[in-house]
Design a protein around this ligand. Structure first.
Ligand SMILES: [Zn+2]
Ligand SMILES: [Zn+2]
Length: 665
């Protein structure tokens, strides 16, 4: 074995370094600038500590603050350790447990000592101590310990939770610990930044406190969880806090209440009660989608809500998906007080969690020829999935939802063109709905999958080709491939919208499936007179109506485009003398097909304006004595300071043209 290690760097150069070299040494050998900027290293792809010696020849990439995802992950992980150290130094009888990084920061679970659970009042004091630990620039040093040594250390320190955890790891295992300076350590897989001083003391904030059970089990001790958000610099933190505030203002649950759109209640966990105004948004959106699908050659169907368990067995859902299905007996229930509701002999049925198998059953009616393909079958299909109550969120994550679902049955030779056409349709729908920015991702074969390698090679390449043919496999569309993230039966394209405050939402999808047509024995007669399997494209543009309407509400902060607004205009009187004229204005608006209301209440005009602004009514037509005499209206548009005086004819004509849905212009 050579005494020198060959270290290959990303620029293709190779450096020879002595045995025992660390990535930090390599950085120093390259230059002092890099030595200072380096935070960690990727060694043969694995993220590692800067000071961990290299074991042999390696591909090495130094990680700096420019590698934002890696740097954020490291920083958040370090903040969690610094939080734990700070809490223990303030309250030494606190026991530490675990604390991971999260999407925007970190948390740590503690077993508080005599002082009792933490509260938000404690946070400033803990933050101050965290800043002291960061300022002390304590080295974060990795050590490998035998398991038993670690268990006895935890026991000695009274860390019963840590000791319990370590004792369950395989005997004889070596575990890594990380020292912070010389006086505090936590067991951890790492990696970490080289020292606490690499953290920006102004780039984190502790946000809240909650209870959490040890190991997430209600039977265990209740711990005290402290959450924080952590970033690389103050600018990032500030931008995040502004975004958070903006998101709270736009929260669809809050706006849904203020605009009287919908509600949820415990009697129907995760199913939405749509109020008249909310359902108007739904109806407009559904009508729009129906027009777009009709024009694109889809045929709409409606399939049963409940199907026999044997059908779900055939499609594979019974085996893979039953825990998420609402299962119901096919038996008249027992109405006597005594005795079981359902007998042992009951057959089982289930509410559909998806529409796919039912569409295959329609496809299989009658003989299909190659000339019938592509066959595009759409359904605004209402599905039910039994999600745990804790996972539900407003109308964004629900148990009863309606997809803008469709399945396209295609021949192999039609697949790429059909997917390309879908990309165009989806692009045009998103633009119509006010989303100009979205990303396209190709989710590739997962570890556990059906089908041969050749099938996957082909299926992935087809989707790649289709996006390329649509001209969107580019940086502008955030085009990227996600290894391992496809469905077990098919690769899929994912479409992620960016909303007005920069958040992304995965909504659209298209998957090319050769498995389900096979399982359910769907076929068509080819030009050669033989039976062939069609490929089934599962696709959605909005995803579900519930979630998409939630996204629209938050994207527009409730100020929906006129064609989607549930109430498009309110006629408001300044004085009761104008009531007759107001009713005339209202009748004109309604006759022109506008959704309008009149507010004739004996209230001050400013009060009326404030109330309808809160309900996000796009236009108010204010009328008083003068307007009545002159046949005019004072038009106030939501979000604009100035009002304009128009003749009634002009106002009606202008509003009607503004209210035309984008596809009908
Ligand atoms: Zn750690
Ligand atoms: Zn499907």
């Amino acid at each position: 074995m050579s005494e020198l290690l060959k270290i290959s760097l990303p620029d293709g150069s190779v450096r020879e370094m002595p045995r025992g070299t660390t990535p930090a040494d390599v950085a120093a050998a390259i230059g002092p600038g890099l030595a200072k900027a380096a935070l960690a290293a990727r060694v043969d792809g694995e993220l590692r500590d800067l000071t961990r010696p290299l074991e042999g020849d390696a591909q090495l990439a130094l990680v700096t603050g420019r590698d934002e995802a890696d740097a954020l992950e490291l920083a958040r992980h370090d903040y969690a350790h610094v939080l734990a150290e700070a809490v223990q130094s303030l309250w030494p009888d606190t026991q530490i447990t675990f604390g991971p990084s999260t999407d925007d920061g970190f948390y740590y679970d503690f077993a508080p000592g005599a002082r009792g659970p933490f509260t938000e009042e404690d946070l400033p004091q803990i933050e101050a101590r965290m800043r002291e630990i960061i300022a002390a620039d304590k080295p974060l040093r990795r050590e490998v310990w035998p398991r038993d040594q670690l268990i006895s250390r935890w026991k000695q320190q009274g860390e019963t939770f840590k000791a319990e955890w370590a004792a369950e790891l395989p005997e004889g295992d070596e575990l890594t610990v990380y020292w912070s300076g010389e006086d505090w350590l936590d067991m951890c897989r790492g990696p970490h930044l080289p020292s606490t001083g690499k953290l920006d003391p102004q780039a984190f904030k502790l946000t809240r406190v909650s209870g959490a059970y040890w190991r997430g089990d209600q039977a265990n001790a209740m711990l005290s969880r402290i959450y924080g958000t952590g970033w690389l610099n103050k600018k990032q933190l500030d931008a995040y806090l502004v975004r958070l505030e903006e998101a709270a203002k736009r929260d669809h649950r809050k706006l849904g209440r203020e605009m009287d759109l919908f509600h949820l209640q415990e009697e129907a966990h995760g199913s939405v009660f749509w109020h008249p105004k909310g359902y108007l948004i739904w109806r407009e959106l559904e009508a729009y989608m129906r027009r777009r699908l009709d024009a694109a050659g889809y045929a709409e169907v409606k399939t049963p809500q409940v199907m026999d368990a044997r059908q779900w067995e055939k499609s594979g859902h019974w085996g893979k998906y039953r825990e998420n299905m609402f299962v119901i007996p096919d038996e008249v229930p027992n109405i006597e007080d005594e005795g079981p509701l359902v007998s042992d002999a009951a057959e089982w049925m289930a509410l559909k969690p998806m529409n796919c198998p039912a569409h295959v059953l329609i496809f299989k009616q009658g003989i299909k020829s190659y000339r019938d393909l592509p066959l595009r079958m759409a359904e605004f299909g209402c599905c039910h999935r039994n999600e745990p109550h804790g996972a539900l969120h407003g109308i964004m994550r629900v148990r009863q939802f309606t997809q803008d679902d469709a399945h396209i049955f295609v021949r192999e030779d039609q697949l790429v063109e059909e997917v390309r056409a879908f990309c165009d349709l989806l692009d045009s729908v998103y633009k119509d709905l006010g989303f100009n920015e979205y990303a396209i991702k190709l989710a590739l074969r997962p570890d556990k999958r059906f089908g041969s390698e050749a099938m996957w090679d082909q299926a992935e390449q087809e989707l790649r080709d289709a996006v390329a043919a649509s001209g969107r496999a580019t940086e502008a569309f955030g085009w990227e491939e996600l290894p391992g993230e496809g469905a077990f039966y098919a690769p899929k394209l994912e479409f992620h919208l960016t909303d007005a405050i920069g958040r992304t939402w995965q909504v659209g999808t298209i998957q090319s499936d050769r498995v389900l047509p096979d399982r359910l024995d769907a076929s068509y007669v080819g030009e050669d007179g033989e039976r062939h399997r069609p490929v089934m494209l599962h696709r959605a543009i909005l995803g579900t109506f519930e979630r998409f309407i939630g996204i629209l509400i938050e994207h527009y902060a409730g100020k929906l485009p006129l064609w989607l607004a549930p109430v498009q205009a309110v006629v408001a009187t300044i004085v009761s003398d104008a009531d007759d004229y107001a009713n005339e204005v209202l009748a004109r608006l309604q006759a022109a097909g506008l959704r309008a209301e009149a507010d004739l209440r004996n209230e001050k005009i400013n009060y009326k304006v404030r109330e309808h602004s809160l309900a996000k009514v796009p236009h108010m037509l204010v009328v008083g004595k003068r307007e009545a005499e002159e046949g005019t209206v004072a038009l106030r548009t939501l979000g604009e300071q100035q009002q304009k005086v128009l003749s009634l004819d002009e106002a009606v004509a202008w509003l009607s043209s503004e209210a035309v849905p984008p596809d009908l212009r």
